[in-house]
Structure formats: C-alpha cells, structure tokens
Design a protein around this ligand. Structure first.
Ligand SMILES: [Zn+2]
Length: 386
C-alpha cells in the first residue's frame, strides 16, 4: 500500500472507529488505580502484548510500590539516523477498584463513558491505532524510530518514573503527550503550570483552656495568621496561586493547641516564579514569637513553558491538522503532566494530543467518539512528519 493522502488517512481511521472504541473498552475494563500495583500490572501486561503484536520491543521497568513502567520501542524501516519521537502516557487512574461497577464502560450520545476513558486510556488507544496504521502504510516498519513510554504513577506525582521519562526524553527529537485535549474543541496544550506541594507545621504550647489559658501558645491561632500571609503571595494575573487545601491541628476543644499543620498547593507559570514563591514561603516567620514554624516540601513538577521548540512543534501540528481539513487551537492549563519534566529539559513537547472529552477524574468522564479518527490521524501525521 502506498502512503495514503491525508484525506485517505482520515477515511481509514473513520473505518477504524469501532476498533478504537473496542480497544478503549478493553483498557477501561481493566481497572488500574495508582495505589494497587497488581491491578496496574495487569493492564501493563495486556498493553505489553498489544504493542508486542505490532512488532515492538517491550522493556518492563520494575517498580516496587507502584505498577511497572513500560518502555516500548519501534525500529524504523531502514537505518535511520533520526532521533526517536517519544510518546508519553500513563496507565494509572484515580479511580479505586470497583468504580467500574458504578460507572461502567458505556457508549451513549456519541460518547464513550467510563473511569479513565479520557485520562488517559483513550490516549493509549490512539497510540496503538496510529502506530498500527503507520505500520500498514509504510510496509511493516515505521518511517522513523518511535519510543512509547507508559508510566504507572502519573496520577500520584511520577516519582518512580520521572528519571526514566527524562532519560528517554533526552535522546528524543520531540515528545508527544497523549493526555486529554483541553476542552471540547480539542485544543492541544502548549504550556502547563508548575506544581509544588508544601507543608507548614506550627508548634506552640499546650495548656488547659480554663485553668492556664494565658500559659498556652496556640498553634492554631498562629497557623491562621500564617494562612493569611500565604494568601498574600497569590497573584492570579501572573498565574501564581497558592491553595491551603488542608489544615489540621489541636487535640480537644478545651486544650490550647500545641500543634497545627497546613498543606499548600502551589502553581506557577515560570521557573523564576517557582523560585520566588519558594523563597517567600521560606521567609515566613512566626507572628507570635513563642510559636515555631517549619516548612517542608517543594516544587514537584517544573512549569512547561511555551518555548520556541514547543511553538515550532505546535506550528507543525497545525500544518498537519490543516492537511486533514481540521482546525487546531492551543491552550495553557493549570494542571501538570509528565510533559512538564520533558519540556523543562528543553525537549520540544506537545501535550493534550489525546482524546477529546470532559469530566476527567469525575463521574461524567467521557470522550467524543467522532473525534477519535481525527486525533488518530493527527498523531500518525506527527509521528511520520516530525
Ligand atoms: Zn493524565
């Protein structure tokens, strides 16, 4: 078969639509919460054999606490000196085992519903079908080397997989992340905020609230002051947000509390802002000199900034989309992904190339079936033409 025209590619994927949905069903019905290693590994085994059937070499990176990570490599047709393109995805979901019985896989109103269907089992299905098509079109070998890396711990911060993601990114020409598109118009993500998590612990002095009130130093009161100080660091215009999302403290209502604690989620759009916010958090001092405060934590995902490399990759995606008769928009989002790590290394990264839908991490999580052929064609085009 000669390499098809863009219009023929789209027609091919429209005919494949039901098979893509079948693949998504297979992946969604194997539940894979980040914290149940055996479950994530079950899905990993199925994916290793699906990619293996396409001729890939699969290397399993064993992990102790989380599921194993899968490094999947496709060799190109002839000795090619071009660097591979890296496709990134994650096999884990945020849904506990048993969710599938409450929100089963189902097809309705032109959509597919189910836990993890959008974030991001739909994206993994797109990888499988785009690669399968390219293999057919170019005669059983891909036009360029392709590495697929599926991590098992993205939803819990990617600590176990991060170093491997970074190593594979460094040897790649570009990184395509199959996380969900932004919004129902299918925008790709060209920048993401950096994400940090900090913990502020306050210690005061316990005392009986009736007999010795004045001898106590309230850690809860001190924490309240600190939270107000932290809120002053928010600058929504610059995209800097700090959310004190969890607080705890005290033991009983009639005891002046000796301990209190707050967890802070930090989001920033640039590396400089990350440094500046951290510096300001470390400068916090007790308002009540008899209390002590201690800050721990840090940034766990650097921001994905819209560098020249990212912009060039996006321009290429627009060109391919236009060839397919599609429009393509870009979006900046507040959530982080493994694309944050690869972009921070200076490797051109385009994110949000996965399924189009809504309700990630929620009961109405769903994807638009009619968009699947377009996304598959866009991905195949990017792999072939980068
Ligand atoms: Zn995701």
């Amino acid at each position: 078969m000669n390499f098809p025209t863009p219009a023929e590619q789209l027609t091919y994927f429209r005919k494949q639509q039901n098979q893509i949905v079948d693949t998504i069903q297979q992946l969604v019905e194997i539940e894979s919460p980040s914290d149940v290693k055996a479950a994530v590994d079950r899905l990993g085994t199925v994916l290793a054999s699906r990619f293996g059937e396409l001729g890939a070499k699969v290397r399993v990176h064993r992990a102790d606490k989380v599921g194993n990570h899968l490094e999947i490599r496709f060799k190109p047709s002839r000795a090619s000196y071009s660097k591979p393109v890296l496709l990134l995805g994650h096999t884990d979901t945020v849904y506990p085992i048993g969710t599938i019985s409450k929100m089963p896989f189902r097809v309705a109103k032109g959509r597919v519903f189910g836990p993890g269907v959008l974030d991001m089992k739909g994206g993994i299905a797109l990888m499988l079908h785009a690669i399968e098509a390219l293999l057919q079109w170019s005669g059983r070998k891909l036009p360029r080397p392709v590495t697929v890396f599926l991590v098992s711990d993205e939803e819990v911060g990617s600590q176990s997989s991060r170093a491997i993601t970074e190593k594979l990114a460094r040897e790649s020409a570009a990184v395509l992340v199959l996380e969900p598109a932004a919004g129902l118009n299918g925008a790709v993500k060209t920048s993401r905020k950096g994400v940090g998590e900090y913990d502020l612990r306050v210690s005061g002095k316990a005392a009986h609230s009736g007999l010795d009130f004045e001898k106590g130093q309230s850690a809860v009161l001190e924490l309240a002051h600190q939270i107000l100080e932290i809120s002053k660091l928010v600058d929504v215009g610059r995209g800097i947000t700090l959310n004190v999302g969890k607080i705890s403290g005290g033991t009983r209502v009639n005891v002046v509390p000796a301990e209190a604690r707050a967890s802070i989620d930090v989001r920033v759009t640039s590396k400089q802002d990350a440094v500046e916010v951290e510096r300001k958090l470390r400068q916090l001092r007790p308002i009540d000199p008899n209390c002590k405060i201690a800050l721990s934590g840090g940034m766990n995902r650097p921001p994905m900034e819209r560098t020249a490399g990212v912009a060039a990759l996006y321009a290429k995606a627009i060109e391919i989309a236009q060839g397919l008769g599609l429009g393509l928009e870009e979006a900046a989002v507040g959530g982080g992904s493994d694309g944050n790590f690869t972009a921070a290394l200076g490797i051109p990264t385009l994110d949000g190339l996965g399924a189009v839908g809504e309700g990630a991490h929620a009961e109405h999580e769903s994807i638009l079936i009619s968009e699947l052929p377009r996304r598959a064609a866009l991905l195949a085009g990017l792999i072939a033409q980068l």
